[in-house]
Write a protein that binds this ligand. Sequence first.
Ligand SMILES: O=C(O)CCC(=O)C(=O)O
Ligand SMILES: [Fe+2]
Length: 222
Amino acid sequence: MSGELFPRERADPAPGAVLLPDWLSAAEQRELVDTCRAWARPPAGMRTTVLPTGGVMSVRTVCLGWHWYPYGYARTVVDGDGEPVKPFPDELRTLARRALADAYGEGLGDVAGAPGYEPDVALVNHYPHGARMGLHRDREERIDAPVVSLSLGDTALFRLGNTETRTRPWTDLELRSGDLLVFGGPSRFAYHGVVRTLPGTADPALGLVGRLNITVRQSGLD
Ligand SMILES: O=C(O)CCC(=O)C(=O)O
Ligand SMILES: [Fe+2]
């Protein structure tokens, strides 16, 4: 982001987890926000998710490729309008492969599922002011290929925990617009969540109220 005295640096908060700040250019961010708007439109558009406990998630979500619901994947929006999920776009496949190459570099060959990455699902979450996401694991996927996460809009306070428990140790990371976070290898099934977002921190030129997060994944389903 502009106004930084020193460039924000790459971080390796846990084995297999890599944060690349400002990975997306301003133009790429604007384009992705526009594309997310198109994905969010019905049919199979952005919806509110109700958990089996009856709780309502504070983010709103649209899925591509496979529809995530608590807790599984389907080809149609089984907990919404029932329409077929929108296809997983080639542009996200290309972007996610570039993300793994940049995050892991020469170590890519040692990360489970990173060589030959074939992502086929994306979850696009919109965080209005006040939204958060409790600690959870992304575990509806059948394989351990990395998750690629892109952040747009308001800054988030993201908590990366451990694979065993919902409790400490964890590392809190600031995810700003344009940041890339990859979690694969030993971090693939780590607990994680969004503690809060910081309203009004996005560049107004992005034209986005709140925060968007895109996670790209490989489901292992067919
Ligand atoms: O918004 C984020 O940064 C994380 C989203 C997430 O964990 C998920 O969609 O499963
Ligand atoms: Fe997640």
